[in-house]
Design a binder for this molecule. Structure first.
Ligand SMILES: NC(=O)c1ccc[n+]([C@@H]2O[C@H](COP(=O)([O-])OP(=O)(O)OC[C@H]3O[C@@H](n4cnc5c(N)ncnc54)[C@H](O)[C@@H]3O)[C@@H](O)[C@H]2O)c1
Length: 141
């Protein structure tokens, strides 16, 4: 897959990492759907993005038109399976809990296109075949 093939990305988790990841994707011109388990978490993530973009605009580093374009590239969802069904790339940024990562990975892998790329923002967990892993199909369990 080439970078220009990436039209839409799903970011799972709208917390400290997820909303920043969604923002940079949207700034790069890629549609980004940001997912969480509660609307209040999504609202908080979107508020953080808005504040960050406002800071860039107030410092003259981004135009108001570009901000509107970035916001237009963002959407949200409360459903992991629904959110990943038409994306080329998925980045998970849920809390650092192995059982949760495995559950989310299983949901995503069952619903995403077969050729979608899956990435994890994990700080410490293995997604390689060596040792206990998140259970990405094709990798070690
Ligand atoms: N915070 C950091 O400085 C930092 C730095 C590097 C890596 N990381 C890693 O990034 C990942 C996310 O960390 P964070 O700090 O953003 O966590 P966070 O707690 O701020 O955000 C995680 C979000 O995921 C949501 N979530 C939980 N279960 C979910 C599910 N089933 N589906 C969708 N969303 C769900 C939570 O509601 C929360 O909003 C972790 O693996 C962490 O180790 C964090």
């Amino acid at each position: 897959m080439k970078l220009e093939d990436v039209k839409k990305i799903a970011v799972i988790g709208s917390g400290a990492m997820g909303n920043g990841i969604a923002q940079v994707c949207a700034q790069a011109g890629i549609k980004a759907v940001m997912v969480d388990i509660k609307q209040e978490f999504i609202d908080k993530g979107m508020a953080t993005i808005n504040k960050s973009l406002d800071t860039l605009v107030s410092k003259g580093k981004m135009t108001a038109e570009k901000k509107a374009e970035v916001i237009g590239n963002l959407s949200t969802s409360l459903n992991n399976a629904e959110a990943v069904k038409d994306v080329q790339v998925i980045i998970e940024a849920v809390p650092e809990i192995m059982s949760l990562k495995k559950t989310v990975c299983a949901e995503i892998c069952a619903a995403a296109p077969a050729d979608a790329l899956f990435a994890s923002n994990t700080s410490t967990m293995s997604i390689s075949p060596r040792g206990p892993s998140m259970g990405v199909p094709g990798l070690g369990r």
